[in-house]
Design a binder for this molecule. Sequence first.
Ligand code: FMN
Length: 199
Amino acid sequence: MEFADVVRRRRMVRDYDPGRPVPAAVRERLLEHAIRAPSAGYSQGWAFLVLESAEERELFWSATTDDRTPDGWLTRMRRAPLLIVPLSNKAAYLDRYAEPDKGWTDRDESRWPVPYWDVDAGMASLLMLLTAVDEGLGACFFGVPGDRVTAFRRAFGVPDEFRPVGCISVGYPGADDRRSPSLRRGRRDVDEVVHRGRW
Ligand SMILES: Cc1cc2nc3c(=O)[nH]c(=O)nc-3n(C[C@H](O)[C@H](O)[C@H](O)COP(=O)(O)O)c2cc1C
């Protein structure tokens, strides 16, 4: 697929065909592309938790959502045959930037203009979203609620220094996909968001 088409066609898919697993080669391509993402200081302080079996996925959903009857969103999302949780690791960046070529030996967090650890995990996430489109699959990046992070870590033995920046569901699109109501906002035009030369 042309790169421009991949970018244009990318959108979040929130229903999946539960009968069609993600081919292993595609799963690996998603991960291989993820690690091609840029990272500050080449820190690569990211990790990716891959959940594929029914048990693994069920554990993810039970750890990150409440016990109420699943709403439509959750019912459709739970059909995804593959979940990839991108995690960021702030400590890895503080360590990397304390090395001699960077020299931030005080590990002072106020030095950081924005949390590069999360930026980089986000960049890796976008590469996975685009790769899914290129492979003819659908994917959705969605948040892991802040008050569920501890339960999530406990469920999968994730070390405390790693934080999920979200989760990416992947699979062949289902028949009941719903667009986000947020899309009614419309895409903001280039001229609305771009400031050329001066604000
Ligand atoms: C950081 C981030 C968090 C998001 N969280 C959710 C989420 O929790 N649930 C969801 O259904 N979509 C989530 N989305 C998807 C957005 O709703 C979606 O990207 C936006 O509405 C634009 O639609 P599109 O990606 O299909 O073009 C998230 C996207 C991003 C980038």
